[in-house]
Design a protein around this ligand. Structure first.
Ligand SMILES: Cc1ncc(COP(=O)(O)O)c(C=O)c1O
Length: 347
C-alpha cells in the first residue's frame, strides 16, 4: 500500500467548517456573526499613510497595540498577547498548555474549532454536554488540562452566571480560557477573573464588536507566565503591520464600537420579540446572534428556504443542535428582509 505522507491524525481528523462566504454578491449574510456596520472611520487615515513602510517587518511584540489594550483593561502590556485573530490565540493555548498526555475540554455545543485544534495536536478531548436548554452543566470531579469556556456561548448566545464561572475557575486544575469573543454584546464581562486567578486567560476578538473580521486580530489577557509561554511559541511576526495599526485605531475609537454594539443589541431584542410572536423558540442571547428553533418544519428546511431568497443563516447538523438556526443580527433593513422572508418560508 502506498505510504501516506500526511500524519495519521491529520488524515483522520475533520477540518473546521467555516460558514459560507458566497463569491457572488447579493446575499444578506446573517451566517458568520460578522458586524453589519463599518469599522471606525479612523481606520481610513491608517490606510492613507505612505505604503513604503510595508518594506519593513512589523513589531514582533505588537507593543503599541498591547500598551493600548493594557490601558483599556487596566493591566500591564506584559499581561497581553495579540494574535492573528483569536483563533490563533486559541491554537497557541492548546500548544502551550497541554502535555502530550493531557486533554482539552469545552462545552457541547460551543465553538466547533476547539476539538479541531486538539485533534490536530493528537490530544484527548473531554467535551461537557450542556443541559437541554443550553445552560451550564458540569460533572463533579471534572478535570482537563485546558478548558475553553465560551461566554457568551456560541452558537447559543447564552451567558453563564458570574458565580458559576468564578467557582469553576477557582477549582479547575488546568488553564481556563474564557473565550469572550462576543462579550461586548453582553451585560457584563469576566475580565477581572484573569487578574484574580493565575490559571485564567480571557480571549477577545476584533472580528465582532469592532467590525474587523477581515483583519484577523484577537488577543488574550492573563497572568504573565501564561502570556510569556504564548510569546515563546508564536510565529516571529504573527500580526502584520497593517493589522497592528488598524486594530490600534479601532481600539482608540471606543465610542464608535459602543454605538454599533448598542444598535445591534436593540435590533437583537426587537428581532427576538418578533420571532417569538411568530412561534419561534428564541433563547436568551447576549451576543450578536440569535439561536432559534423554528416552528412547524425542520430547521434545515427553513435554512434552505431562506437561502433560496438569498438570505444566509447558519444551520449546524446534529441531533440536538440540528433543530436550531443561528441568525446573526444584521442592519435594521436586513432584519426586516429576514422577517419578511420568514413569513414567506415553509409554513
Ligand atoms: C466563540 C468564538 N471564539 C473565537 C472566534 C474566532 O474569532 P477570530 O475572528 O478573532 O479568530 C469565533 C468566531 O466565530 C467564535 O465564535
Amino acid at each position: 500500500m502506498k505510504r501516506s505522507l500526511v500524519r495519521q491524525a491529520v488524515e483522520r481528523m475533520h477540518a473546521y467548517a467555516p460558514g459560507e462566504q458566497p463569491r457572488e454578491p447579493g446575499f444578506i449574510k446573517l451566517n458568520t456573526n460578522e458586524n453589519p456596520y463599518p469599522p471606525s472611520a479612523a481606520i481610513q487615515e491608517v490606510l492613507q499613510r505612505p505604503f513604503d513602510r510595508l518594506r519593513l517587518y512589523p513589531d514582533p511584540l505588537c507593543m503599541d497595540l498591547r500598551v493600548e489594550l493594557a490601558r483599556l483593561h487596566g493591566r500591564r502590556p506584559e499581561q497581553v498577547f495579540v494574535g492573528n485573530g483569536s483563533d490563533e490565540v486559541l491554537a497557541l493555548c492548546v500548544r502551550a498548555f497541554v502535555e502530550r498526555t493531557g486533554s482539552v475540554g469545552y462545552f457541547e455545543p460551543s465553538y466547533s474549532l476547539y476539538p479541531v485544534l486538539a485533534t490536530a495536536e493528537e490530544l484527548a478531548v473531554r467535551p461537557v454536554p450542556l443541559n437541554s436548554d443550553f445552560s451550564w452543566a458540569m460533572p463533579a470531579e471534572y478535570a482537563a488540562s485546558l478548558f475553553f469556556l465560551t461566554t457568551p456561548n456560541a452558537p447559543t448566545g447564552v451567558q453563564y452566571p458570574r458565580e458559576t464561572v468564578r467557582e469553576f475557575c477557582a477549582h479547575f486544575p488546568g488553564v481556563v480560557v474564557l473565550d469572550e469573543a462576543y462579550v461586548d454584546f453582553a451585560r457584563e464581562h469576566f475580565m477581572d477573573l484573569a487578574l484574580e486567578f493565575d490559571n485564567v486567560l480571557v480571549a477577545r476578538s476584533f472580528s465582532k464588536s469592532y467590525s474587523l473580521a477581515g483583519l484577523r486580530v484577537g488577543y488574550v489577557v492573563g497572568a504573565e507566565p501564561l502570556i510569556g509561554a504564548l510569546f515563546k511559541i508564536k510565529d516571529s511576526y504573527n500580526v502584520d503591520r497593517l493589522a497592528q495599526e488598524i486594530a490600534l485605531a479601532a481600539v482608540l475609537d471606543q465610542k464608535h464600537m459602543r454605538r454599533n454594539v448598542e444598535c445591534i443589541q436593540m435590533s437583537r431584542e426587537h428581532t427576538a420579540a418578533t420571532l417569538r410572536e411568530r412561534g419561534f423558540d428564541v433563547g436568551p442571547s447576549e451576543s450578536n446572534f440569535l439561536w432559534v428553533k423554528p416552528p412547524r418544519r425542520p430547521a434545515a428546511e427553513w435554512h434552505a428556504a431562506l437561502r433560496e431568497q438569498r438570505i444566509l443563516v447558519r444551520h449546524f447538523p446534529g441531533k440536538q443542535i440540528g433543530a436550531y438556526l443561528r441568525i446573526t443580527i444584521g442592519t435594521e433593513s436586513e432584519m426586516t428582509a429576514l422577517l419578511d422572508a420568514l413569513n414567506a418560508g415553509p409554513i
